[in-house]
Design a protein around this ligand. Sequence first.
Ligand SMILES: Nc1ncnc2c1ncn2[C@@H]1O[C@H](COP(=O)(O)OP(=O)(O)OP(=O)(O)O)[C@@H](O)[C@H]1O
Length: 725
Amino acid sequence: MAAAETGSGKTGAFAIPVLQIVHEALRQRMRSGAAASISSRGGGGAANTTVDWVLNIEDRDLNVALSPDGCTAQSRSEKSWGGVRATGGVFASCGGKVYYEVTINDEGLSRVGWSCPTASLELGTDRLGFGFGGTGKKSHQRQYDAYGEPFGQGDVIGCMLDCTAGGSVSFCKNGRQLGEAFKLPPHLQSQVLHPAICLKNAEVTVNFGSKPFAFPPPSGFVALTKAPAAKVAATNGSGGGGTTGHSPSAVAGRKPVCIILEPAKDLAEQTSNCFNDYGKHLNNPALRTGLFVGGIDIAPQIRLLRDGVDIVVGTPGRVLDFVESGKIPSEEVRFYVLDEADRLIADNPDVIIKIYNRLPKAGTGVNRLQVLLFSATLHNPEVKDMAARICVNPILVDLKGKDAVPETVDHVLVRVNPGEDRSWLQSKPEVFTDGCHALDRIGPNSASTPECLSEATKRLKQRLLQRIINAFNMEQCLIFCRTNYDCDNLEKFLNNLGGGGGGGGFRGKMESGKENPYSCVVLAGARSMDERRAALAAFKDGDVRFMICTDVAARGIDIRELPYVINMALPDKSEDYIHRIGRVGRAGTMGLAISLVSEVPEKVWFCTVKGLKPWTAPDSSNTRTTDKGGHTIWYDEKAFLASIETRLGRPIPSMTEDFSLPLELKERLANAGDKYGQQRGGGVSKEVTEHMVQISQNVQQLASLEWRVQTSFLRLKQRWQTTES
Ligand SMILES: Nc1ncnc2c1ncn2[C@@H]1O[C@H](COP(=O)(O)OP(=O)(O)OP(=O)(O)O)[C@@H](O)[C@H]1O
């Protein structure tokens, strides 16, 4: 789990190691041909092995504790199941019959049986495992059927795997056979099956045969410890025979090794481009990164997967669809990266878990599934809870502390007071608002009503925006609005200022955008993916001056040397402010974040029905508040400002009426010779200088270690290459 401020380079922090490890794994696979598959780390490991038969500390849920001898497992979680598998397994095709015993030590819920190393640890919930539970039910693929009889404290359950004649799983209770529970389906007949246990507030002790059994195994069955070495496989995570049933002999037909989730399509595309950019320096084999997001044609994505993809970058919905339908094979995935993890977790907790459940959990050390979470705002209880569910012993690398924002971003306010600034009464240039006050009296005579002040604020904000753009002579700026419709209205406003058409917007002629002082594009969820892509590209290339966007662009979007960001309205969550303003001040450049903050409450569009638009809302419900069956709310920016300032730990200064910067910012900028949109000069604050002195020795030590690691890696690589040639 890595928390670091916006623009500090988190993408590279996960992309480069992921690329390196995936590349090394593929090369290793090429070199060793059939002998070593990267899948083997999840696949149960080497055949013909002596197994030290115990429960595998590396292959368990975090809520399962193991005794030092690896024979007793305990979970005290009452809410969720916790699973663990044994260090060894048996080839389902081996032709033998094996047995182990489980003693139930207390009253909790337990499920015992067999599963593949890539199965969910929640035994019996997928197609790769078979369970028998204390309630007298057998389970496979989440189907629970009556079997045998219930069991509980003091009972001894014998678990049998018969690998003759197609294979079957059966159980005994206190020495009494309960009959066949499952036949092995064809897809498991080439797999390795491990003893597996799943507990809810329960404790059990296993005996794989290292001690005398409480009840003798049924005729023909032998203890796992007595199974011939040729029939068993150990989970050692360090290579050996693959067990996933596909050919490991070549790089062809390769399956994803890494899945990266992003909260927005645009960000997914940007990250996938980064992987392609960095990855092009790796060859033999070249790495393949695939983008899997909704809203675009599915056919090329499926073709890409058929050809083989190493790294999947996508949005949660599309990735889950593909994983569940088997189009994205998940059995070789070694990295699961949640970028902007707090947003993903807030929006899609179930999807994250569902994908995670499909990933292999076995293997040890670097061969084990690594789950990585990144964000500038990672410190919240939901993230912590999710980490507890999907990470084993998570480590938090927190570079700057909870509420860090880049030193390179200056923050200023423009107070919007329609009582004082009456320019909202002018009819030109024309402004466009969301229609929430279509039925209210608006004009100089009603200027003291909350409704009139609210509408006046909306009109005034657009006029102020024009003045700010002119005052700063802005060449590029990202403008955040609350809703898709606010974006549409602002686009119309800027297009009209720019004389309409003629490069005024995406729908106009983009090429002439630079000459038009108000040229703009829109990046918002309601726009098509093609339009979003074109808008972002035009803005990144500097072909248009303004990109109007919703919070869909608040996270991760990286625009080189962007000088300004403007908030037309403050976001209602302070972490969204941190991400929005983080679009400037990136990678050491200076940036200015300007927020228009209303002095009075604004009644704003608040859609409670998917797809409804203000102008299609029935019975004028776009003018009524949600408590009256409408689709508007009163929005109190002053309250949001207070929470943002608390988060920043300081008040945000206001600009003067003529839009000059507050003195403190002016002086800082002038002293350091800085300019917004350019690399910061000598303007490092006293605190930062002190901090740098404090940590410099450690940094030097780290740098020297890093140098040694990298050079030893290169030397190693040289040796490999020499050996190969
Ligand atoms: N070591 C580096 N030296 C110079 N530039 C870098 C370095 N690492 C990253 N960058 C650049 O810094 C910019 C910000 O990087 P990145 O987009 O990864 O930030 P981030 O931490 O993910 O930000 P956010 O929280 O907004 O998503 C990018 O343009 C990237 O190319």
